[in-house]
Design a protein around this ligand. Sequence first.
Ligand SMILES: Nc1nc2c(ncn2[C@@H]2O[C@H](COP(=O)(O)OP(=O)(O)OP(=O)(O)O)[C@@H](O)[C@H]2O)c(=O)[nH]1
Ligand SMILES: Nc1nc2c(ncn2[C@@H]2O[C@H](COP(=O)(O)OP(=O)(O)OP(=O)(O)O)[C@@H](O)[C@H]2O)c(=O)[nH]1
Ligand SMILES: [Mg+2]
Ligand SMILES: [Mg+2]
Lengths: 276, 292
Amino acid sequence: ILNFGEIDADTLEELEELFIQSDIGTNITFDLIEKIEKQSILGKLKNSDEVISFLKKEFIKTLEIETREKKSTKPSVTLVVGVNGVGKTTTIGKLAHHLKKGGSKVMMIAGDTFRAAAIEQLEIWAKRTDSVIVKHNEGADSASVVFDGINSGISKNMDFILIDTAGRLHNKVNLMKELEKIKNVIKKANDNIEIETLLVIDSTSGQNGLIQARSFKQVVDIDGIILTKLDGTAKGGIIFPIVSELKVPVVFIGVGEGVDDLRFFDSEDFISALFD
Amino acid sequence: NLTEKLGDIFDKLKGKGKLTEKDLDITLREVKLVLLGADVNFKVVKDFIKNVKEKSLGSEILKSLSPGHQVIKIVNEELVDILGGENEKIIFNSNRVTKIMLVGLQGSGKTTTCAKIAYNYKAQNKKILLVAADIYRPAAIKQLKVLGDSIGVEVFSMGDKEEPWKILKAAEEYAVPKGIDLIILDTAGRLHIDENLMEELSLIKQNNIVDETLLVVDAMTGQDAVNVADKFNEKIGLSGLILTKLDGDARGGAALSIKKVTGKPIKYIGVGEKINQLESFYPDRMASRILG
Ligand SMILES: Nc1nc2c(ncn2[C@@H]2O[C@H](COP(=O)(O)OP(=O)(O)OP(=O)(O)O)[C@@H](O)[C@H]2O)c(=O)[nH]1
Ligand SMILES: Nc1nc2c(ncn2[C@@H]2O[C@H](COP(=O)(O)OP(=O)(O)OP(=O)(O)O)[C@@H](O)[C@H]2O)c(=O)[nH]1
Ligand SMILES: [Mg+2]
Ligand SMILES: [Mg+2]
C-alpha cells in the first residue's frame, strides 16, 4: 500500500483507514494526519516514502518512554492482571519457561481461586516448566493464597514469584478492590518486596483496551504491559493510546499458545508490522 | 451524548440560515467518530454513513425544524435494522438429536457459554449433553466438567487424543439411547488464519450433521472482528453469533460489523461469568449502547 509518489487526499484517506483498522483510535489517527498535512504543505514531506518514515519516527517517539529503574529484590514478584480471557495464565507459563532457561528458581501462585479449573490449568504450566506452585482449593480467598505463596517463596529462596489472578472486568468495583487487597497482602508478607504489576492486553481489543488500562493503572498502578495474541491478524494498535496516555511500557508480546511464544517487545518490529 | 452533540452542531448551523448538504456532512462526521470510537469497522462505518446520508436527504431533513433529532432517528433505525431481526433462538430438530457447536478465537468465552446454554435449556426441561472437544488447552476438559457438574449436566469426553469430529460422532451414538435432546460441542479457541485448526472444524461438519454453528465473539473486539467473522463464515459456515462480556463497558461495535458482514443473527449475549448470565439479544438496546 501507499505506493503513490505524491501525497494527496487518497493517500491520507488510505493512512486514515490503515490506522483506524489497526485500532490506533481516532484521536491519534487524526492528529497524525494533521501533522502530515502540515509537513507536506511546508514541503517537508514530498512523497509517500517520506510520509512513512515520518510516521515511523512519530510512532517510535510514542512507544519509547522512560521507565524508572526498579530495585531488583529477591524474590522478584510479578503480579499478572487483566480482563477475562486475555492470556494471563498462559503468559505466566511462558514467563516461567523463559526465566527457568536463565537458571532461575521460579514459583507460581494460583491466585485465580474463582474460575472453573483455573488452578488445574496453572498446575499444568508449572509441570511443563518445572516451576514450584502454591495453591489452595477453588473458592479459597485469593489474597490468602498469595500471602501464603509469598511467604513460601521467600523461605524456599525463590528468584521469581509469578502471581496469577482471576480475569476481571475493570468496571466491577468489588473485583478491582480485590486486586488492591492482593497487593496490600504482598506488602504485609514482606514490606521490602517491590511488586512488578503487568497488565495483559489482548491485541484484538478495540478502544476498550484503553479504558481497561486506565482503570487497572488507577487501582493497582501498572508497571508494564504484555500484548498477547499478536500471531492473529489484529495489529494491536490500541497500545499507542495506552502508552502515550499512561506512559507505561509494553514489555512482552505473546505470539502463540506454546511455552516459547513470548518475545521481548521491540518497538521497531511492531511498527514495521503495522505497515505490512 | 450523540443527541446533545448533534443538537449543538445543528443549532450552530441553523444560525447561518438555510441548511446545506455540507452541513449534513459535518453532522455525519460526528456520527462517524462516535461509531469508530465504539469499534465499528472502518468500512462498515463508511457504508453506514453513506446510507444514513441518502436517507437523510431523502427525508427532507434540511427543511426540518429539528434536523439533529431527525438524523439521530435515522441513525438509530439504521442501526436496529442492521443488528435487527426477531429474537432468534436455537432451532431444534424434531426427529433426531440437535447438535450445536461453539467456535471462535482464543479466550472469547466459548467454554463458559456452552455451560450457560446447557443451563438455559435444562431449565426448559431439555436433556443436554455437553461435549468436550478442546483437546489442546491445559485443563479445558476439566473446565467443562466442573461447569457441567455445577449444573447437573453430563459432559462427554474422549480425552485429548481423539480428533474432535470423532468425539462428536461418539457423543451422538452415546446420546441417542439416553434420550438427549441437545448436544453442545465446545471447541478449542483458534485463529481464523490457522489452516490446520480451521480444517479441524470443517472435518467436524463434514462428518457430522451440525444444526447450529455459533461464533463466540468478545464484546471488546476491535476492527479485527470483521476479518475473524468473515473467515469463520467462509471456511465453515456460521448459523449465528454470540457476543460475550457485555457486562463490561465495551461499546460493542464489533456486533454491528460482524452482523453487517456475515448477515448471521446474534442469538445470545453473555453478561457475566456466572452460569445463569446468558441473555437474549435486543437490537435496540445494542444500538443505544453502540451510540454511547
Ligand atoms: N494465539 C494465541 N493465543 C493465546 C496467546 N496467549 C494466550 N492465548 C490463548 O488464549 C486463551 C486464554 O488464555 P488464558 O491464559 O486462559 O487467559 P486468562 O487471561 O488467564 O483467562 P482467565 O483466567 O479466564 O481470565 C487460551 O486458549 C490460550 O492458549 C497468544 O499469544 N496467542
Ligand atoms: N465478565 C464476563 N466474563 C465472561 C463472560 N463469558 C466468559 N467469561 C470469562 O471469560 C474467560 C474466558 O472464558 P472461556 O469460556 O474459558 O473462553 P474460551 O473461549 O473457552 O477460551 P479458549 O478455550 O481458551 O479459547 C473466563 O474467565 C470466563 O469466566 C461474560 O459474559 N462476562
Ligand atoms: Mg487465567
Ligand atoms: Mg474453552
